[in-house]
Design a protein around this ligand. Structure first.
Ligand SMILES: Cc1ncc(C[n+]2csc(CCOP(=O)(O)OP(=O)(O)O)c2C)c(N)n1
Ligand SMILES: [Mg+2]
Length: 792
């Protein structure tokens, strides 16, 4: 066997002995970490701390074989969430995690229950926790690694890594797994391994028996190799003996729940079950009679996922095979080696102090030596340490560790905004397409940034106005594929040749995949050493469809630009289901995502530039979300206060000092707000018209200033300064094509009376005049609201 041209030595007995020592150590440390968090550490509030000793025990051998034999430093790994303690124990053994961190599992400032890129440091490649997402991210990571390498953006000398997920079997119930498999197949992803910890248990119960036949077939249909690791060596040896086939058949036919129950009950129960069905066969008796109950239990639990030699050899063999995506189905027992092994309720089960005392004795751990490096092992600390130092994964990926970095890409001061032409209407969506298409020419000062932009869209590339950009920059594919329509000289506005140089990743309609791809692209600088400027487009209402994956991307601090368009009622002609009302609220609530809704093209150009800058900013940077519309508006010709647009708002028409009323609008309702404002001004000459570009930034600025003020007087926030000229008893009418709560909080800033207009029902198709009247975004309703707040 070879690895990257180098021969891999066969697994030696010494090597296996060390891997056994590691399995034992990891089983102990993970169980002890959780026990320590629950029973040893002081508990101030009486709440259960929790942890998953059974889930850890299930995956110990798999993780041992991976980290201490199969993995290379360049590989990127997503560890199933509930094996987090095993993962941290591995890093401690490798000298990459401190002991006091192990002692602070689930504590404030300590290590997180599930591996977290942001909180647990540089060893975590992919955060996990929301099941299914970490698994799928590995396949999109592989795609992005290919993108970076084929665009020749990878740092010199950095070898391509494999993307590996350790998968809880219940994760395969998540639909996003299958969306990712299908998309991965389309993109011909390579070098991905999913190792399923097939303990046949989820949180609530034991999973149905026939399920895996189906799942295996699905993987094969998607071009994956499937390696089933059902039995360990001891069982295989027993099967090879006379009568052994009957034993195999008995186990194969044994329902998952019965097998789990027998595992929990122990060797005597297995013996009784075997004897009642096979007891008349002398050959079977010859196999089981000489074994003690403990030995029989060990034999019956010798599944592939707990057999270190079986695992090691399977990984080595698959490595030698090449780069075909491979799914390993490793049969395991949830809680293996612990008192609740196999019990269907063991997911959150914790050993009692009494059980722990007994387990400790079995592990030969002395009181007070629980954290000692080689306590309880049959190998010397020196030999153990020497082994750990020479495993391939112990080598550092870079002198700095596992996190890579990449220099920032310079963004010109000004992006090419379409010019305002009197009488010509323009929507933010088409302005977005125009700006990107101009950048896509790749000329002059835009050449560098154009080469780093990657766009992606779930089958709405054309309808979100990415078409012109794609025509200029091409579609990414690992293989060159011609545009058949173009070659046949058939007229089409889209030139969709595909090549490794293309800069648009076209996805099928699965919004979770969009956000997972954005997550992977947005981590390219730290995972693959190349700075990318990712942009993803989607219809605004369908942000909800991929929301968990969007939150997941933010949770990992991936950096990207999300453009959601069309939004609000401008999608209503498509049917009321396409209205989006809650998205401005999501934008406000989501951390590490600055969200904006510009009304005009000049604002959009400023915000896109800002987005490309902040997505590259280490401290204080974030991703950006632009909520756009297809409603064309006449564009103002003006000099814009760019800083104010970025801070979230500016006075289109400032109020007179002591002004008694203001209209604050957001996004494409600007014309109605302006007409109403002009009518209002005839009676209230001191009125103001406030343009809101981001309730999120305004609110965030307000919160930050208030937090600062608790430490003494500080500078007021942008919204406080904006509202300062208004009279103390002034009224404000807010209006947006979204939920009114997005702006109703403005009343709390200085105690002004507020009337908040917006859309709080959905489901009605129609044109803009009808729907604005229906939902109260029309001029008349705005003026009524003005009268109402003026009258108090
Ligand atoms: C999206 C999501 N839904 C629900 C949960 C709650 N949950 C945590 S673990 C789990 C089942 C895990 O079973 P499996 O993946 O088989 O893990 P293992 O048996 O190895 O513990 C569930 C439902 C979650 N973490 N994420
Ligand atoms: Mg499971």
């Amino acid at each position: 066997m070879t690895h990257q041209g180098k021969p891999i030595p066969a697994v030696t007995a010494d090597h296996v002995a060390m891997l056994h020592a590691l399995e034992k150590k990891l089983l102990w440390l993970s169980a002890w970490m959780i026990h320590h968090a629950n029973h040893i550490r002081p508990n101030r509030d009486g709440l259960k701390v929790g942890g998953h000793q059974a889930s850890c025990a299930s995956a110990v051998s798999i993780l041992t074989a991976l980290y201490f034999d199969a993995l290379r430093p360049q590989d990127r790994v997503a560890v199933k969430p509930h094996a987090g303690p095993v993962f941290h124990a591995i890093n401690w053994l490798l000298g990459r995690q401190s002991r006091d961190k192990l002692e602070t599992l689930r504590q404030f400032g300590g290590i997180q229950p599930y591996p977290s890129r942001m909180k647990d440091g540089a060893e975590v490649d992919f955060s996990t926790g929301s099941v299914g997402l970490g698994v799928a991210l590995t396949s999109f990571g592989a795609l992005v690694q290919d993108y970076v390498r084929l665009h020749k953006l990878a740092p010199e000398g950095l070898p391509a890594g494999r993307h590996v997920a350790i998968v809880g079997d219940a994760e395969l119930d998540e639909g996003n797994i299958y969306e990712a498999l299908l998309e991965g197949w389309k993109h011909d992803i390579r070098n991905v391994w999913w190792v399923v910890d097939y303990n046949r248990q989820s949180l609530d119960s034991v999973v149905p028996d026939r399920l895996f036949g189906r799942i295996e077939g699905l993987f094969r249909d998607m071009g994956w190799n499937v390696v089933t690791l059902k039995y360990g060596r001891k069982l295989e040896a027993a099967f090879a003996r006379p009568g052994g086939e009957a034993l195999r058949r008995w186990i194969d036919d044994c329902p998952n729940s019965l097998y789990a129950a027998l595992t929990f009950q122990g060797g005597a129960a297995f013996r009784a079950a075997l004897l009642s069905e096979l007891g008349r066969e002398p050959a079977i008796r010859a196999i089981i009679d000489p074994l003690s109950d403990d030995e029989l239990h060990a034999l019956m639990n010798n599944l592939g996922g707990h057999d270190i030699e079986t695992l090691t050899e399977a990984f080595r063999a698959a490595d030698a095979e090449g780069d075909q995506p491979t799914c390993f189905i490793a049969y395991t027992i949830k809680g293996m080696g612990l008192p609740f092994a196999g019990h269907k309720d063991n997911h959150s089960g914790l050993m009692t102090p009494g059980q722990m005392q007994q387990f400790k004795a079995e592990m030969r751990i002395r009181d007070g030596h629980e954290w000692d490096f080689s306590e309880g092992l049959d190998v010397s600390p020196e030999a153990f340490g020497a082994f750990l130092r020479q495993v391939p994964f112990a080598e550092k990926l870079t002198p700095g560790g596992r996190r890579l970095s990449a220099p920032n890409v310079a963004i010109p001061d000004r992006l090419p905004a379409p010019r305002a032409t009197p009488g010509k209407k323009l929507s933010t969506q088409s302005a977005f397409g125009d700006i990107l298409a101009e950048i896509g020419r790749g000329e002059g000062e835009f050449a560098a940034m154009a080469s780093r932009i990657v766009t992606t869209s779930p089958d709405v590339t054309v309808s979100t106005n990415l078409g012109a950009w794609v025509n200029r920059r091409g579609i990414f594919d690992r293989h060159l594929k011609n545009d058949v329509f173009r070659d046949a000289k058939l007229a089409s506005a889209q030139r969709w040749g595909m090549s490794p140089e293309g800069q648009h990743i076209e996805l099928g309609i699965a919004e979770q995949n969009l956000f997972l791809v954005l997550g992977a692209l947005g981590l390219a600088h730290t995972l693959y050493g190349a700075r990318l400027l990712p942009i993803g487009t989607v219809y605004d209402p369908f942000v909800n469809r991929g929301l968990d994956a969007l939150i997941y991307g933010c949770y990992q601090d991936a950096r990207f630009m999300l453009v959601s368009t069309p939004s609000g009622l401008s999608l209503a002609p498509e049917g009321g289901q396409h209205q989006s009302t809650n998205t401005p609220l999501i934008g406000m609530a989501q951390d590490r995502l600055a969200s904006f809704e510009p009304a005009f093209a000049d604002e959009l150009a400023v915000l896109m530039r800002h987005g490309f800058a902040i997505m590259q900013q280490e401290e204080g940077g974030s991703s950006i979300w632009l909520r756009l519309s297809t409603r064309g508006l006449e564009q103002p010709g003006r000099a814009l206060d760019e800083a104010a647009v970025i801070e979230g708002g500016y006075w289109m028409v400032p109020p007179a000092p002591g002004g008694r009323i203001a209209i604050a609008y957001q996004g494409p309702v600007a014309p109605e707000a302006m007409v109403a404002f002009n009518a209002l001004r005839e009676e209230e000459p001191g009125a103001g018209l406030l343009a809101i570009t981001s309730p999120d930034r305004l609110h965030q600025g307000w919160l930050t200033a208030r937090a600062r003020a608790r430490g003494g007087p500080g500078a007021p926030s942008h919204i406080e300064r904006l509202l300062a000229p208004l009279a103390a008893d002034a009224g404000i009418v807010t209006v947006l094509d979204g939920h009114p709560a997005s702006l109703s909080w403005l009343g709390g800033v200085r105690g002004h009376r507020i009337a908040a207009l917006g859309v709080d029902h959905f489901g009605q198709a129609g044109d803009i005049p009808a729907l604005y009247a229906e939902y109260g975004l029309d001029v008349e309703t705005i003026l009524d609201a003005c009268a109402q707040v003026m009258l108090g």
